[in-house]
Ligand binder design. Structure first.
Ligand code: AMP
Length: 145
């Protein structure tokens, strides 16, 4: 299974935020949309960074409530690991495990954002694949018995 197959299922909408936003605005967006990360998109749609709920917690834990008034660019991760639609789910799992993050933005051939895959999407896909394999094996065994 490839990244594009997950996107066909879940859609390509990605919640983004402008680099000028504050941490409080980002936290409000995360809560409102019930999501774990927001993608920070700069001028001309370029990927400027990623801000996770963990970054918000770390910011408040380190700097206190004053962090909520600071700009998101202070706390976001600027070096973002991305994938392409033709990458496999296995490659994505390895990237997430090695990088210790749970979200990977998907870029198209023009390097524009075209989706976001979360660890939840990956786990859901793997479970469906495993169940399909088990069903096929069961059918094969009962057909040949
Ligand atoms: P997460 O597990 O995705 O909530 O994020 C954990 C940490 O990794 C946070 O500091 C995020 O900013 C960072 N992070 C999340 N996704 C990525 C990514 N695709 N590339 C690099 N860093 C990321």
């Amino acid at each position: 299974m490839l990244v594009k197959h997950i996107l066909q299922d879940k859609g390509r909408d990605v919640i983004v935020i402008a680099p000028g936003a504050t941490m409080a605005e980002a936290a409000q967006l995360l809560a409102e949309k019930r999501i774990g990360v927001v993608i920070v998109k700069g001028a001309e749609g370029a990927l400027a960074g990623i801000l996770s709920e963990r970054d918000v917690v770390r910011a408040v834990g380190t700097d206190g409530p004053v962090a909520l008034g600071h700009n998101i660019t202070v706390y976001m991760t600027k070096s973002v690991a991305t994938c392409r639609q033709t990458d496999t789910i296995e490659a994505l799992m390895e990237m997430m495990t090695r990088g210790r993050f749970r979200h990977v933005p998907v870029l198209d051939d023009d390097k524009m954002l075209c989706g976001l895959i979360s660890i939840g999407d990956v786990v859901k896909t793997r479970i469906a694949e495993t169940l399909n394999e088990a069903n096929s094996l069961r059918e094969y065994i009962s057909a040949t018995a």
